[in-house]
Design a protein around this ligand. Sequence first.
Ligand SMILES: Cc1cc2nc3c(=O)[nH]c(=O)nc-3n(C[C@H](O)[C@H](O)[C@H](O)COP(=O)(O)OP(=O)(O)OC[C@H]3O[C@@H](n4cnc5c(N)ncnc54)[C@H](O)[C@@H]3O)c2cc1C
Length: 432
Amino acid sequence: MVEFKREVPVSGKYDVVVCGGGPAGIGASLAAAREGCKTLIIERFGFFGGMATAGYVDPMSEFAYNGSLVTGGIPWEFANELVKAGGGIVEEPRCNVSFNPEIYKLVAQRMLLGAGVKLMMNTFLIGAECDDKKIKRIFVTNKSGISAIEAETFVDATGDGDLANFAGVPMLPLSERMQPGSFCFILSGVDTTTERMHIIHQKNHRFNHQAVFIRDTLFKLREEGEYVPQFGGPWLATTLEDGCITVNMTRSAVDATNAEEYCEAECKMREDIFRLVELICKHVPEFKNAKIASTAPMAGVRETRRIKGVHVLTGEEYVNTVKFPDSIARACHPVDIHLPGDEGQKLTFPKDAGYIPYRSLITNEYKNLLVAGRAASADSEAFAAIRVQAPCMEMGQAAGIAAGLAKRQGVCVTDINTDELVEIVRKYGSFV
Ligand SMILES: Cc1cc2nc3c(=O)[nH]c(=O)nc-3n(C[C@H](O)[C@H](O)[C@H](O)COP(=O)(O)OP(=O)(O)OC[C@H]3O[C@@H](n4cnc5c(N)ncnc54)[C@H](O)[C@@H]3O)c2cc1C
């Protein structure tokens, strides 16, 4: 170990700093700015969307349960903005939203700028300085160098709980079998007009949308002695452009918070993509002219750290639709556990759309920290349901509103009046 010590400038002071610009970070920043907070969002890539755009994770799941909308507010507004911009399609009955990742990036930045959020892209969060009960400042790095940023409230929307981890917040034990990562890609030149390719439209399946005809072909080839890398699904979605689809099928049991392991997994899965596409093009007629248009900027990460918050949402609470006095978001995705090998998924369906309490976004350690999205406080079962994009953005929305309320009430986010919070969340259009 060596010590790394240096003086750095304070590059800004805000009411709210949101770390991470995925679905949760977008929701948090929009809500905080709309609640009158001077808000900054920090994002390591040069665009927003997190897994949606950096991981080509398509569609945005999911808004409706038994035909009724259950996730509303900013996520639903965002979905409708995507549609208006020609970059999204809402498909009933579940109201999953397939989208074009390039238009997603544009819509996200327009909405953030429109709300008055200050953007800081290509910037990595690298540390935090805390006193007794508060995060005082964070440290970031970008091409301008290392600097510190101060805020009244910090929202950790990094997906991996990076800020909470730097601050020493205790994490829940990782799942026994952590969900695997998948490196998604876009194919062009696919014949999407045949009956079985209608699977790319979310309206054509209720819960699962595996392309079974591709899966069966690959299993058969493996039996015949061909080398077929490990895969799941495949799950296909439309990018809304003729002949172009996103494909989610590679698999790697990797801890993405271990940089070396993640690098190895990314290289291996890139090789796997090329091999799998070679086989599919050769053996599945719709893909005979298909080409890899692009691989996602990063291999997708399903599961890493989760904080041990004031409340740990359990799978039992989720599937039994337990409603909390401080419910701030809803989700209706099944408990969806992807298994590391070729075995597919384990799905458990909730009785009705489940609830997420505000207490799963705050910690006992810090009074000015909120953790929204994938790293919120939930056990591995509840996590496997609330990890999808619509509820992550709705958790972000609640975090932003809470920061605004804290500012107005002159208290910290752990001490706000949660009845008032829930009222405002409802006014935003959420069904809590
Ligand atoms: C293969 C795969 C398939 C999936 N399928 C679906 C699906 O069909 N439908 C669905 O809705 N969801 C799906 N999901 C889940 C969903 O995409 C994610 O759980 C969701 O995007 C989480 O949102 P988030 O905002 O919490 O985190 P993320 O989307 O991970 O966003 C985190 C953001 O923070 C940034 N960041 C991270 N660390 C730092 C740092 N230190 N400094 C600065 N910035 C940082 C990242 O660049 C990113 O933009 C899938 C996920 C994967 C991996």
